[in-house]
Design a binder for this molecule. Structure first.
Ligand SMILES: *Cc1c(COP(=O)(O)O)cnc(C)c1O
Length: 223
């Protein structure tokens, strides 16, 4: 297996070059290392190199990997980027700094309750099903504005960004552009879009947070 620090350095350089080439400041795009399925031994070298922002897909896996590292690295930022069940909302609020996958009212309500109970406000993103795909999570683009309003007004959620995974096998540019439009229309600053295969295109369309796994760690082992 490749040393993940080599991949990290390479990706950070590519992000910086692409940001500058697309007329944006080099510091405008943040890298979330998507660390699902990676054991702690593969994460520590990245932490030692100074990287602090990681995304996980499952609450249980994250609970097994991160609490000790959170104590060792207090400036760690842990982001939930996978689908979240409402009955895991409290565990998620306890563990994560950002939840990127708010996509239904029942979850917004569960997060609101958990944040109140734990007295821990967690920054949130709304996930948008930008290609209207039946198998994908996220609110439909047409319903995003109403959903964002309800999250803010009824549940006092701090919606600081939008997240999407565009359809596979077609050019992602128009979908990234559409997510950016929805963000602008709703006064939202951050855009979590772009993965290993398409982060350059995402940055050119205004991404502020790219989520990258494979290009840092190499291919994931199939389960
Ligand atoms: C795994 C994952 C990523 C990273 O995907 P790669 O193609 O490995 O870079 C990004 N976002 C989400 C939601 C993921 O589950």
């Amino acid at each position: 297996m490749e040393d993940p620090t080599t991949g990290l350095k390479q990706i950070l350089a590519e992000i910086k070059d692409t940001s500058i080439a697309s007329g944006r400041g080099p510091a405008k795009v943040q890298l979330t290392v998507a660390s699902k399925t990676q054991p702690i031994e593969r994460l520590v070298p990245l932490l030692k190199l100074g990287h602090r922002v990681f995304g996980e897909n499952r609450v249980q896996e994250a609970q097994a990997k991160w609490p000790q590292l959170q104590l060792e690295y207090p400036d760690l930022e842990l982001r939930m980027i996978g689908p979240l069940q409402s009955n895991k909302a409290e565990d998620a609020v306890r563990l994560f700094d950002v939840i990127e996958t708010v996509d239904r009212i029942s979850l917004a309500k569960a997060l609101y309750k958990a944040m109140n109970k734990l007295k821990k406000p967690v920054r949130c993103y709304v996930e948008v099903n930008i290609g209207n795909e039946t198998q994908k999570a996220g609110v439909a683009p047409e319903e995003a504005a109403a959903f964002i309003s309800r999250c803010r007004d009824e549940f006092s959620l701090h919606i600081e960004g939008l997240m999407c995974i565009p359809p596979a096998n077609c050019p992602p540019g128009p979908f990234f552009a559409k997510l950016r439009d929805i963000a602008i229309q709703n006064g939202i600053e951050n855009l979590s879009m772009g993965m290993s295969a398409d982060f350059g295109e995402a940055i050119r369309h205004g991404s502020t947070h790219v989520r990258i796994g494979t290009a840092v760690f190499g291919s994931r082992q199939p389960n």
